[in-house]
Write a protein that binds this ligand. Structure first.
Ligand SMILES: [Zn+2]
Length: 83
């Protein structure tokens, strides 16, 4: 096992949460690529709002699959009782 190689890959993939926008960026790069050169208003408008909408969308999709799962389950049970 090559410890130096392992350390290099660990170091190059290490991320840090940005204190300004809350996104993760690679420490090796040294600066946050999401909010670099943006004002606080721009950070909220361009990062926080789209990001929270994205989270909401994935939640909706999760609920959708949950409902389909229940319907399939109910369907399986009802066919079981029909026979
Ligand atoms: Zn940032």
């Amino acid at each position: 096992m090559n410890i130096k190689k392992l350390w290099n890959s660990y170091w190059s993939e290490r991320t840090q949460v940005c204190m300004r926008c809350g996104m993760r960026y690679k420490i090796r790069i040294g600066e946050c690529r999401f909010c670099k050169g943006k004002s606080n208003g721009e950070i909220i408008e361009q990062i926080h709002i789209p990001y929270s909408e994205e989270l909401e969308d994935s939640n909706k999709l999760g609920n959708y699959f949950f409902i389909i799962g229940i319907l399939l389950y109910a369907g399986a049970i009802s066919t079981f009782f029909w026979y």
